[in-house]
Design a protein around this ligand. Structure first.
Ligand code: GLA
Length: 381
C-alpha cells in the first residue's frame, strides 16, 4: 500500500509525502455504552488507513482517495461542506482543529485503506484519526493531546457527518497498541491496557456484508432514548449524570414514567456496563468461558432490548451457539456488519466453513471472514 500511495503522490504533486497511518477497531464488549458514560473494551486492528501528506504553502487542501480513484479539493477559508461524503471526514478534522485554536494550513494528501466499509470496523474513525494525528504533527508540533485528537474525530462525526457517536472508535484508533485491548471509562477518560493473547482461542469476525439503511438515524434515536431514561432517573437521583451512573433499581423506579421502548434500551445499557467489568475480571483469570458467555448476553441484549441486530446477524449468532463457539455477538453500531466470535482453535476452521456455507445457503451471498490482529493505532511511519 505504501509504494502505491507514494507513487500516486509523486505523480500528482511531484515529490514524496510524509506517511501516517491509523487503524480500524474491534470491541470485545461494551457496545452502545460510550455515549452513556460507561465502559468500552476495544483494540485497534491490522486493517487501517495510510496517507502521504505534505504542506503545500497555500490555503487549499488537495486530496486523492486511491480506493475511490477520486480527487477533491477544498479551501480552508471557506466553510461550505464538500459535496461528496468522504472528504467531509477530513474537512471536519481540519475545522475542528481550527475551532480549538490549532493550526491547519493547506496540504496535499493521497490515501488508501483496507478497512471494509460498513462492516462496523470504524473505517471513518481510522480516516479521521490518520488526519488528526498527521495535522497535529505537521502544523501543531504535537501540542494537541491524544485524547483531544480522538475528540476531534468524534466532533467531526457529530458536526459534519450527522452521527452522534460516542468516543470509542476514535479513542481506539488513536490509542491502539499492538497485542492489547483498552478498557476505557468514557465518563472519566481513565483507561487501562489489557494484554490480550487468549491461549488456544482465535478471534474471528464474520461480515454479513449487509448494512441496513437508516442505521445512522436509528443510532441517534437510541442515544435519545438513553438520555430520556437518564433524565427521568436524575429526578430521583441527581448524581446521575449519564445512564451508566444508574442501577437497575433506579431504572425500575421510573418504569411507569418512560416509554417501554426507552426502558428496554436503558435496561440493556445498565447490564452492558457491568458486563465489561465482568469480562475484564474474567480475563485476569484467563477464564474465557465467562468472557464468551458475556458476549452471548450482549448479543441477546443488542438484539432483543436495544434492537440493533438484524436477521443476518442473529442467524450467525444462533449458529455459533449451536456449534459451541465460546462467545459470539454483533459488534459495533449494529444493523448489519460483523459478528465477533471467540472460538477454540480446534473448532475454528469447522465453524468458519459451516458459517460460510449455511449463511450463503440462507441469504444468497457469502459472508466475509476477517482474522484480526490487535495492532497499533495512529502513528507516523
Ligand atoms: C459506533 C459508534 C461508537 C459506539 C458504537 C456502539 O461504532 O461510532 O461510538 O457507540 O457504535 O458501541
Amino acid at each position: 500500500m505504501k509504494a502505491k500511495i507514494q507513487e500516486k503522490f509523486e505523480a500528482l504533486f511531484g515529490e514524496e509525502g510524509i506517511l501516517y497511518a491509523s487503524a480500524g477497531r474491534i470491541n470485545l464488549i461494551g457496545e452502545h455504552t460510550d455515549y452513556n458514560g460507561g465502559y468500552v473494551f476495544p483494540g485497534a486492528i491490522n486493517f487501517g488507513i495510510m496517507a502521504a501528506i505534505k504542506p503545500n504553502g497555500t490555503d487549499t487542501v488537495k486530496l486523492f482517495a486511491i480506493n475511490r480513484d477520486e480527487y477533491v479539493e477544498f479551501d480552508l477559508t471557506e466553510e461550505g461542506l464538500p459535496e461528496q461524503h468522504w472528504p467531509r471526514y477530513i474537512f471536519g478534522v481540519c475545522r475542528e482543529i481550527i475551532k480549538r485554536g490549532g493550526t491547519v494550513k493547506g496540504f496535499n494528501a493521497v490515501f488508501a485503506g483496507d478497512v471494509p466499509i460498513g462492516a462496523g470496523l470504524s473505517s471513518s474513525a481510522a480516516l479521521e484519526s490518520t488526519f488528526a494525528y498527521a495535522l497535529n504533527d505537521l502544523f501543531n508540533n504535537n501540542q494537541i493531546d491524544k485524547f483531544e485528537l480522538a475528540k476531534i474525530g468524534q466532533s467531526t462525526e457529530h458536526n459534519y457527518c450527522g452521527v452522534k457517536c460516542g468516543i470509542m472508535d476514535q479513542f481506539a484508533s488513536i490509542f491502539g497498541k499492538e497485542g492489547s485491548l483498552i478498557r476505557l471509562n468514557c465518563k472519566t477518560g481513565e483507561y487501562k491496557y489489557f494484554p490480550f493473547h487468549p491461549q488456544g482461542y482465535k478471534l474471528v469476525l464474520i461480515d454479513t456484508c449487509v448494512k441496513h439503511s437508516l442505521a445512522d438515524s436509528a443510532y441517534n434515536k437510541r442515544r435519545e432514548s438513553c438520555e430520556k431514561a437518564a433524565a427521568a432517573i436524575r429526578k430521583n437521583h441527581p448524581e446521575v449524570e449519564f445512564l451508566s451512573d444508574a442501577n437497575r433499581l433506579w431504572l425500575d423506579e421510573v418504569r411507569a414514567e418512560i416509554s417501554e421502548e426507552d426502558f428496554l434500551r436503558a435496561e440493556y445499557v445498565i447490564g452492558e456496563v457491568q458486563r465489561v467489568l465482568d469480562v475484564c475480571d474474567a480475563l485476569e483469570r484467563d477464564d474465557y468461558e465467562t468472557v464468551g458467555e458475556m458476549m452471548y448476553q450482549t448479543h441477546f441484549g443488542l438484539s432483543r432490548l436495544y434492537e440493533v441486530s438484524c436477521e443476518e446477524l442473529d442467524f450467525l449468532n444462533k449458529l455459533a451457539r449451536k456449534m459451541d463457539v465460546t462467545g459470539s455477538r454483533v459488534m459495533g453500531g449494529g444493523f448489519g456488519g460483523c459478528t465477533i466470535n471467540l472460538v477454540k482453535e480446534e473448532l475454528h476452521d469447522h465453524f468458519v466453513e459451516t458459517a460460510v456455507e449455511k449463511f450463503t445457503e440462507k441469504f444468497g451471498h457469502a459472508p466475509k471472514i476477517y482474522e484480526v490482529v490487535i495492532s497499533d493505532g495512529a502513528r507516523k511511519l
